[in-house]
Design a protein around this ligand. Structure first.
Ligand SMILES: Cc1cc2nc3c(=O)[nH]c(=O)nc-3n(C[C@H](O)[C@H](O)[C@H](O)COP(=O)(O)OP(=O)(O)OC[C@H]3O[C@@H](n4cnc5c(N)ncnc54)[C@H](O)[C@@H]3O)c2cc1C
Length: 329
């Protein structure tokens, strides 16, 4: 009942970084509750992923294999999760605030009679009663609230990139196989087809260079593209983001939009160019590790959250910045 259970997710054959972030916070929380951090891997052949998860040092990895857990059919995953939770009775159950976590979390909490808090940006244990303190933005990001709920398991989905991922180490977790009973008649989806499309996965970017109304015209994004390319020589995955106004003006597609009705991100570096810093935008990027703002208005909100700021026309700053980066690379 003191253990912290983490739902493992696999991306392109490996444990997803978001799961590793949960492992690192899960270890801390388990320590505070006097229990262990454990990872749960579901799949039709989960052995490889379970072994990989074990190398990140959780106390245990529960490996649940069943032919119907191939791919992701929520009904089968839900039934498996319900059975596993009833069997091992975790004190805390964490999932990523990913598509899977968003799909499974509310439905599972309902089945278990537990209370779920979604999209948490911080977690702690109340030393008085051992309950999970769940911090999340509320009121469209205008405020941050801390929730505490009774009952077990204590459940939360956690936003990506707010915790450092766990690193692989010497200590390997014990792998425990658990059987589940699933029936093909549980399926509500008859066939599942994965459509491959070009997706702008802004939440996976290390650096986001974002433009807003201050670019003045669509061509302003060409200057940002030059900066993106120059930064790509020194940083990993550099992507273009934008404010909603840039989308509304038709300068760029909506999958680049950052904010309340766009993507929530926390990259290592966020460069805000000609973006005023409306609350609906800030809520999507304020947890970036470093923020650089370029804006002609010294009084704009973006400067209040920026680590570094340049009060200047972007048309002068960006080419100079690109040139300097080229010289340094
Ligand atoms: C329900 C709701 C949801 C919303 N969701 C989102 C969301 O998800 N994401 C989002 O972004 N917005 C969202 N919005 C819109 C939001 O309120 C703002 O309108 C929007 O973020 C403003 O975009 P902007 O900063 O690009 O434009 P503006 O507020 O017009 O700011 C432009 C900035 O550019 C600067 N500037 C001008 N010329 C230059 C120059 N040459 N060089 C440098 N700087 C210059 C100006 O000083 C100004 O600060 C939402 C609004 C609502 C009501």
């Amino acid at each position: 009942m003191s253990d912290v259970l983490i739902l493992g997710e696999i991306k392109e054959g490996s444990i997803d970084t978001r799961t590793l972030e949960l492992v690192s916070v899960g270890k801390r929380l388990a320590g505070e509750r006097g229990g262990d951090a454990c990872v749960l891997i579901l799949g039709d052949a989960p052995q490889g992923a379970a072994a990989e998860a074990a190398s990140y040092g959780p106390a245990k990895v529960y490996s649940v294999g069943h032919p119907l857990l191939k791919g992701f059919q929520p009904e089968f995953w839900l039934a498996a999760l319900e059975q596993v939770c009833k069997q091992i009775k975790p004190g805390v159950f964490l999932m990523s605030h990913s598509y899977r976590g968003m799909e499974l979390g509310p439905r599972l909490s309902c089945r278990l009679g537990a209370r779920l808090t979604t999209d948490c940006i911080d977690l702690a244990i109340d030393p008085q009663d051992g309950l999970l303190l769940r911090t999340k933005p509320v009121s469209g990001g205008n405020a941050i609230s801390v929730f505490k709920c009774p009952g077990e398991p204590q459940m939360a989905t956690v936003r990506g990139k707010v915790f450092e991922p766990a690193a692989a180490g010497e200590a390997k977790g014990e792998i425990v196989e658990i059987g589940v009973e699933l029936d093909a008649s549980m399926a509500k989806v008859i066939s599942l087809e994965v459509v491959k499309e070009e997706i702008v996965a802004l939440d996976k970017a290390d650096v986001v260079v974002a433009g807003g109304a201050g670019l003045g015209e669509e061509d302003g994004f060409e200057a940002l593209e030059d900066l993106r390319k120059a930064l790509s020589k020194s940083f990993g995955n550099v992507m273009i983001g934008c404010s909603r106004v840039a989308v509304d003006k038709g300068w760029i597609s909506s999958d680049h939009q950052v904010g309340l009705t766009g993507t929530m991100i926390s990259p290592d570096l966020y460069v805000a160019v000609g973006i005023s810093g409306a609350i609906q935008h800030l809520v999507g990027m304020v947890h970036s590790k470093k923020i650089i703002a370029i804006n002609t208005d010294a009084g704009c909100n973006m400067f209040k959250v920026a680590d570094y700021g340049v009060v200047e026309d972007y048309g002068k700053i960006i080419p100079a910045l690109v040139q300097k980066l080229e010289e340094l690379s």
